[in-house]
Design a protein around this ligand. Structure first.
Ligand code: ADP
Length: 173
């Protein structure tokens, strides 16, 4: 498995799946969620609505998968990050759950490439340095030998995350 740390707009990536930092309603919102829905078009929202009709809500730490609609990516994995509340409400575990659930969905579908944004580190306020530690420990303990995934992209949007990810993943291209 090859890791990549890239500074880019995640909506432009032609990978098997991009991960969306969604909210529990899956109805779109600001930040990366808004960008993904704008780029994907209304079909994405329709698919999210039909999932919500079945499951009610997508709680923090969980993930669901839809098609990519008009995106270059084949699928979108929507996961709901925790809102940072000082670190006293299992935010670290819930953030790890988001990455784990997304990787599991990708592997269930035998996908070979996936791209993650920096979940929860925007509007949801998770400290960037804390978040990257969570991501790094999960990624470095994942059983890659059994995985269908061959390429994992960390898509960063700002210089601070770029530096943090480059430090945490020195093996990344
Ligand atoms: P959350 O609510 O989970 O904090 P945000 O969308 O506010 O989600 O932010 C998550 C991360 O996604 C932030 O680091 C933000 O800078 C980044 N981001 C925003 N738009 C994009 C985009 N188009 N592509 C990649 N990353 C993005």
């Amino acid at each position: 498995m090859q890791l990549y740390v890239i500074k880019s707009d995640i909506t432009r990536l032609k990978v098997d799946a991009i991960v969306n930092a969604a909210n529990s309603s899956l109805m779109g919102g600001g930040g990366v969620d808004g960008a993904i829905h704008r780029a994907a078009g209304p079909e994405l929202l329709e698919e999210c609505k039909s999932i919500i009709l079945k499951i009610g809500t997508c709680p923090p730490g969980r993930a669901v998968i839809t098609g990519g609609a008009r995106l270059p990516a084949r699928f979108v994995i929507h996961t709901v990050g925790p809102v940072w509340q000082g670190g006293y409400f299992r935010e670290h575990e819930l953030l790890a759950d988001c990455y784990r659930a997304s990787l599991e969905l990708a592997e269930e579908k035998r996908l070979t490439s996936i791209a993650f944004p920096c979940i929860s580190t925007g509007i949801y306020g998770f400290p960037k340095q804390e978040a990257v530690k969570v991501v790094s420990s999960l990624i470095h303990s994942w059983p890659w030998k059994r995985s269908s995934l061959q390429e994992v992209y960390f898509v960063v949007f700002d210089d601070e995350n770029f530096e943090l990810y480059k430090q945490a993943f020195p093996e990344a291209l």
